[in-house]
Design a protein around this ligand. Structure first.
Ligand code: SAM
Ligand code: SF4
Length: 464
């Protein structure tokens, strides 16, 4: 009912689309790539998901923590679900602007990079807006590894050894576990991140509660795969667990250089256990990889490995730290990476036997042809801008200004103001601020100002 109403309203709204909305062409192209039938909303996350992080921030997904709510024991989970802030997030999806909280997905959509649009991870056929259908938990940073690209919010080992900080104080205790009780019977999925989930004590209490209230509930664990003992095996045997296993190197030296304190042989031994477990119980096993400067050469081998074992691959996007990320490389390096990765001679797509193998090849091709290509053109733009910046002179920007402001007396006033500014960059910045102004009455305004008033206004604008 709610959805047919929404479709009706949306149909009407299309006639009045604002410039800020994502275009219909992009939405249609993206919708073509979605597996779900219910495509009424661009993203289901604000209508279906709650993500709790290690510091008590609660968001609708991990890309929206800049507009999070705060969990503490004075609040219920329902208060957060019904908060004004979350209503605003839902509104920005209904309006298809994605400009309040969802800029990251908007960027991927506008680049045509549909595989990396996070909203896909929340596509559900049915949504019960009265309460979440998915809950994602990142309740503690307790972790035994210190991976080079990770940080102290997510790893207690990094926080202690690399950052030299005192332990994070967790707001989640037994009250939180009890607060989850009314939600668990209605959930379709619950995801456990960390830290290392198998080392986080509160998760065992939540799993016990799930076994009691909703034993069929889909439980997805993101694990580094280094810890596996009889207790964990016994929990795995009681619930509907699905495993996302993070391995960032397919050779021991690459793996151990990235996943500091991890042992490649141990992880491979544990992979065998998870593989057997998932195959026997018909559960999903997905290998999570972060393509970075220190492992990108191994991406084809990851695909071969996953296809050989018929398990899924997923490529995370590393944005930070920039010095390890691929996006921040010079365009010529990215071009070379693109060339090498796209030349890799995989077995013909037609000859692949399983849906998972085909999915893995498509994921790889998307990573190379969409993601790396986009990074390449962004790097080119950055480099062009640098050249333009370096060659810019006050004379060249004044020439552009004169196309906008033709009255000689006003140009003279601007030149007099320039002479009060000490550096070349300040002078250029001042002229550009006038060129870039959208004010229709800019000439009238300059007319009214004295040189010293204009100078003062510019300094005020700089200090904002
Ligand atoms: C923080 S870990 C927590 C779960 C578990 N410890 C693991 O490593 O899978 C969750 C995922 O985030 C990835 N990750 C780590 N550092 C990252 C970064 N800087 N940017 C994006 N993803 C990152 C990990 O590789 C892993 O797949
Ligand atoms: S294992 Fe996971 S949480 Fe731990 S340091 Fe590595 S990426 Fe971070």
């Amino acid at each position: 009912m709610l959805f047919s109403l929404r479709r009706l309203i949306r149909g009407k709204k299309k006639e009045y689309r604002t410039n800020e909305s994502i275009t219909e062409d992009i939405i249609s192209a993206y919708n073509e790539t979605r597996v779900v039938k219910n495509k009424d909303l661009l993203c289901h996350a604000p209508f279906s998901n709650l993500y709790f992080n290690t510091e008590g921030d609660v968001a609708v997904c991990w890309k929206t923590f800049h507009v999070a709510e705060k969990y503490d024991e004075s609040k219920s989970i329902m208060d957060i679900w019904q908060s004004e802030n979350f209503k605003k997030i839902r509104q920005n999806v209904e309006d298809e602007t994605l400009n309040y909280s969802c800029q990251a997905c908007r960027k991927h959509l506008e680049e045509g990079n549909f595989v990396n649009v996070l909203s896909k991870a929340y596509d559900l056929e049915e949504i019960n807006e009265d309460m979440p259908s998915i809950i994602e938990l990142e309740l503690s940073n307790r972790c035994n590894l210190a991976c080079v690209m990770c940080n102290g919010h997510l790893s207690s080992t990094i926080r202690r050894d690399r950052e030299g900080l005192s332990p994070l104080q967790s707001p989640y205790g037994d009250k939180f576990v009890e607060d989850l009780r009314p939600f668990l019977p209605h959930l379709k999925e619950i995801r456990f991140n960390g830290g290392e989930p198998f080392l986080i004590k509160i998760y065992y209490k939540i799993w016990d509660l799930i076994f009691e209230l909703n034993p069929q509930l889909k439980i997805v664990i993101a694990t580094n795969g280094t810890v596996l003992n009889d207790k964990i095996k016994s929990y795995l045997s009681k619930g509907n667990f699905h495993i996302n296993l993070s391995i960032d190197g397919i050779h021991a030296d690459t793996y151990e250089n990235i996943r500091v304190r991890g042992e490649f042989d141990k992880v491979m031994e544990n992979f065998k256990y998870f593989h057997e477990y998932c195959a026997t119980h018909k559960r999903t096993l997905c290998i999570m990889v972060n393509p970075m400067r220190n492992n990108w050469q191994e991406m084809p081998e990851f695909i071969e490995f996953c296809n050989q074992h018929d398990v899924h691959i997923w490529f995370n996007t590393i944005e930070k730290p920039a010095h390890l990320a691929l996006w921040s490389l010079p365009s010529k390096d990215l071009q070379q990476i693109y060339q090498q990765l796209s030349d890799y001679p995989f077995e013909s797509y037609r000859l692949l036997k399983t849906a998972i193998q085909k999915y893995n090849i498509r994921t790889y091709k998307n990573f190379v042809n969409q993601q790396i290509k986009t990074w390449c053109s962004e790097a080119l733009k950055r480099e062009e801008n640098k050249i333009i910046e370096a060659n810019k002179t006050i004379e060249t920007v004044l020439d552009i200004l004169k196309e906008k402001i033709q009255k000689e007396s006003l140009v003279k006033k601007i030149e007099d103001t320039i002479s009060l500014l000490d550096t070349k960059s300040l002078q250029i910045n001042f002229v550009e601020s006038i060129i870039q102004s959208n004010d229709q009455d800019i000439e009238a305004k300059i007319e009214q100002l004295t040189v010293s008033e204009m100078y003062q206004l510019f300094l005020n604008h700089l200090s904002k």
